[in-house]
Design a protein around this ligand. Structure first.
Ligand code: PEP
Ligand code: MN
Length: 356
């Protein structure tokens, strides 16, 4: 990473960027209030640290030791504020809600109105469903995208939906405001590459057997292809426990916050798999510092074509929203009154054996 004077001119920055690119490497400029840095993708030997040091405005060359670089706090110490439509991941607990799958126009519209009235900010709904069985409902495809878009417009909410195939990037981008990469595709590198090039916001879910490190490396694929509008999602991991569908790795929230600038959300619907536990775990996520929650809500869960067991009825969802917002405001007041650790200092004190 090339560190430049905070007030380095655009001309000086361009000179550094061009020198890096002329050597066949990638350059990732990032300006913040405190400093100007240019990340280098590739081997710095190719461009020569000494030559870079001689360029105007350059103050130092700092190696980023972690294998994920653009995703790390070393490159980007301040939190990223990702924006989806007019919703910002910065000053509130962002609630993404809606059915697991879009099943029809009435279901989509009714559920969208209900979650919007309860306080949701972003509407979710799958049109392409990755189901364990090929005989289960696979989603309505483009018709589902149309219904989701209509429900989003009717309620004024931006939308997110899962994408399963690289050839759907343009289509899904036309209909929705955010592309979801589901747990099963977290390491589908062709898909990560394609959404990285699309520049559309991405919700990247953790694979059910993926480590936090692997999640960060998957995010690095998207960022390194030019898209830094990425939100990470903890959605439960596979353990020996069978009482719940997955095990919520609540640790992942503070761990990810310490290591990356990207917003982190929790999906307590998939992490528990039972509607009875969703509210408690949503509260745990808000208390642990999540920037948002993704909750499955259905206007009639008993009739749902997928994930009905874990879907909330609208009135239970409304109660959940009240509770999580209270917790979020308490946690945030504490954060405002308590000095926050400098992430650089925290990283320096970290036991290297525990470094991700
Ligand atoms: C979903 O959000 O409906 C979904 C399939 O989630 P996951 O990829 O986390 O299983
Ligand atoms: Mn689901």
């Amino acid at each position: 990473m090339v560190v430049m004077q905070a007030n380095a001119s655009a001309e000086d920055v361009n000179r550094v960027v061009n020198r890096i690119r002329d050597s066949g490497l990638q350059a990732y400029p990032h300006r913040s209030a405190e400093r100007m840095v240019v990340g280098i993708g590739g081997n710095i030997q190719e461009v020569g640290a000494d030559q870079l040091m001689q360029l105007p405005g350059v103050t130092s060359i700092v190696p980023i030791q972690k294998p994920y670089k653009l995703t790390s706090r070393d490159f980007h110490p301040e939190r990223s504020c990702v924006q989806i439509g007019d919703v910002h991941f910065d000053d509130k607990l962002v609630i993404i809600a809606g059915p697991c799958a879009i099943e029809g126009r009435n279901q989509a519209l009714e559920t969208a109105h209900a979650v919007h009235e309860a306080g949701a900010h972003i509407l979710r709904g799958g049109a392409y469903k990755p189901r364990t069985s090929p005989y289960s409902f696979q989603g309505l495809g483009e018709r589902g995208l149309e219904m989701l878009a209509e429900a989003g417009e009717a309620t004024g909410m931006p939308t997110v939906t899962e994408i399963l195939d690289t050839k759907h990037v343009d289509l899904v981008t036309r209909y929705t405001d955010m592309l979801q990469i589901g747990a099963r595709n977290m390491q589908n590198y062709a898909l990560l590459h394609a959404v990285g090039e699309s520049r559309h916001p991405v919700l990247l879910k953790r694979g059910s057997s993926a480590t936090i490190h692997e999640l960060l490396m998957a995010a690095e694929y998207i960022l390194s292809h030019g898209n830094n509008r990425v939100v990470l999602c903890e959605r439960g991991i596979r353990t020996f426990e069978t009482a719940t569908r997955n095990t919520t790795d609540i640790n992942a929230i503070p761990v990810l916050k310490a290591h990356t600038h990207l917003p982190i959300i929790l999906d307590p619907s998939h992490s528990t798999g039972h509607w009875e536990y969703v509210q408690a775990i949503a509260c745990a996520g808000a208390a642990a510092g999540a920037d948002g929650l993704m909750i499955e809500v259905h206007n009639n869960p008993c009739e749902a074509l997928s994930d009905g067991f874990q879907s909330l009825k609208p009135e239970r969802f409304a109660a959940l929203i009240q509770q999580v917002n209270r917790i979020y405001s308490v946690v945030n007041c504490t954060a405002v009154n308590t000095p926050q650790p400098d992430p650089n200092v925290a990283a320096a004190h970290m036991n290297p054996a525990c470094a991700l």
